[in-house]
Every structure is written in C-alpha cells, then in structure tokens.
Design a protein around this ligand. Structure first.
Ligand code: GLP
Length: 269
C-alpha cells in the first residue's frame, strides 16, 4: 500500500485528480470505477476543470459506479446516478452509453449483480477504482463482515451507515436501507485502486484499514492484499497512524509523484 499524507483536503483532491488524469492520458479507453459521497467531490471538480481547460477528455472512457441504493428511481435526487450526473457526468464529454450503475429494475438482484460483473469483465476490467472510506471501514457498501471475496450483490446497510448518510436525505423522505454494491472481491480485481479519505472523523477507520489486521470487520483492510493501491489521506485523517513518519519519508524518496514508482526496488507497495 502506498500511503500519501497531505496537509489538506484540497491537496488530497488535487493529487487524486492527477492520478485519475494520468490514467486517462495513458489510455483514452480507460475503464474507471467511481465512487460517491462527499470525499470525491473536490476531485471531480478538479477533473471538470481539467476537461474545461482542454487538458483531458472522457470521450472514450467507460465508468462503473461502485454502488447504488435499492428503491430509488433513476432521477431521485439522492440516487447515486443523480449524484454522478450532478457532480461529474453532465459537465464532461463522456458518452452516456459508457456509464454504468449496479441498478436493478426487475428486482432480480442475483441476475442484475451477475450482469454487472460480466459487463466489467467484458470491458477488460477496471483500470482504476476510486474509493472513499466509510466511518466503519466500509468501501462501496461492503459493510463490516462482508466477505473479502464478495462480488456485486445486494447488501443491507448498517444503522451507522444509514445514520451517517441521512445528512443527504430530507427527514420526511424515504431513505433506503438496501443497496447493490460491487463486492470486495470485485474491487480487488481492479488494476489500480485509489482511496481518498479526509477528516478527523475517519482517523480510526484509516488506522484499521492501513495498520490493522486484515479483517472482514474492517472491509477496507482487504486493500492490504492489493499490490497497486494508493491511499491519499489528509493530516487530520492520518493523525493516529503509527508509522506516519515512515510514510512521509517514503514519499519524499518518491518526490511526491502521482505516477507509479519507476524503480521496482523502491516500489515496495
Ligand atoms: C457511502 C458510500 C461509500 C462512501 C462512503 C463515505 O456509504 N457508499 O462509497 O465511500 O459513504 O462517504 P463520505 O465520503 O461522504 O464520507
């Protein structure tokens, strides 16, 4: 795992946006796995800015979102499809045919989930998966005790996640307690993983993910098994990391580059 600690959320977002644009510039037909939540918002804004400046095109990019609520219509303002349209897709030149969500219109969740997995495989797999981190260590909607080899499926959300996401819903509004999410196994198949996490309230989850044992109790700890993961974290969220000095030192050897390390001897993920 490469751990990059940066002072502020803005710097985290800039770094993340640079990694994403590097991937697209290297491969215009990149397949991106995308995330919702507040963590990637500033990153999306920077990507939009890069597109507007003519530095980046999403014309041939395909996207697969990590998760989607069950029980909300496509155009519901809290659906993740709506979120992505609002915060990214409608501002860039992506072809809407290339946008994918784990939605299930016919309520056959097994079939819809299997289809989502097949679609990802058909596209050649995910080149870069962007992730946020839930307070309880979840990634996507893989709640604690999710199987570390799980694939796309329907999940029941924990009370903690429902509470934490209630800030996006009007109190009188229906808030789903089910979602379809890529599994941890799906995420681990991505060629590269980029997780961004900011804020004091995530510092326990960050420690569990990076320095804790690999455990289904902290789903994000499964990323320790992936050999091309970058965790970009602000100082507030990194506050309790035991080896933060080492991570900072290791990055200084790397000259804060967003691209992969060149010397395989240094590239000790
Ligand atoms: C939701 C999403 C996750 C996201 C998490 C953290 O539950 N399903 O993909 O990473 O929230 O959200 P935030 O970035 O708003 O803290």
């Amino acid at each position: 795992m490469r751990i990059v600690i940066l002072p502020t959320e803005l710097e985290v977002s800039r770094f993340a946006a640079d990694i994403i644009s590097d991937v697209i510039k290297k491969k215009s037909r990149s397949v991106l796995g995308l995330a919702t939540g507040s963590s990637p918002l500033a990153t999306y804004e920077i990507l939009i800015e890069k597109y507007r400046k003519g530095e980046l095109s999403f014309k041939h990019v395909s996207t697969f979102n990590l998760d989607e609520y069950v029980g909300l219509k496509h155009n519901h303002s809290q659906s993740y499809r709506y979120f992505m349209n609002e915060h990214l897709f409608q501002h860039i030149d992506i072809d809407i045919q290339n946008i994918n969500f784990p939605e299930c219109i016919n309520n056959d969740f097994k079939e819809c989930s299997a289809n989502y997995e097949s679609l990802i495989t058909k596209q050649g797999g995910i080149d870069l998966q962007l992730l946020g981190l839930g307070n309880n260590g979840h990634i996507g909607f893989n709640e604690p005790t999710s199987s570390l080899s799980s694939k796309t499926r329907i999940k029941t959300l924990t009370k903690k996640t429902i509470e934490s996401n209630s800030r996006f819903f009007d109190p009188s509004e229906f808030q789903p307690s089910l979602a379809i999410t890529m599994g941890i196994g799906t995420i681990l198949q991505s060629k590269k993983i980029l997780l961004i996490v900011t804020g004091d309230n995530k510092k326990k989850a960050v420690v569990d993910m990076v320095e804790g044992p690999i455990s289904a109790f902290c789903p994000a700890s499964a990323l320790q098994l992936h050999n091309n993961t970058v965790v970009v974290v602000d100082e507030a969220a990194a506050a309790n990391l035991q080896l933060s000095e080492y991570y900072v030192h290791s990055e200084s050897m790397h000259l804060n580059s967003t691209s992969d390390r060149i010397d395989p001897k240094i590239n000790a993920n």
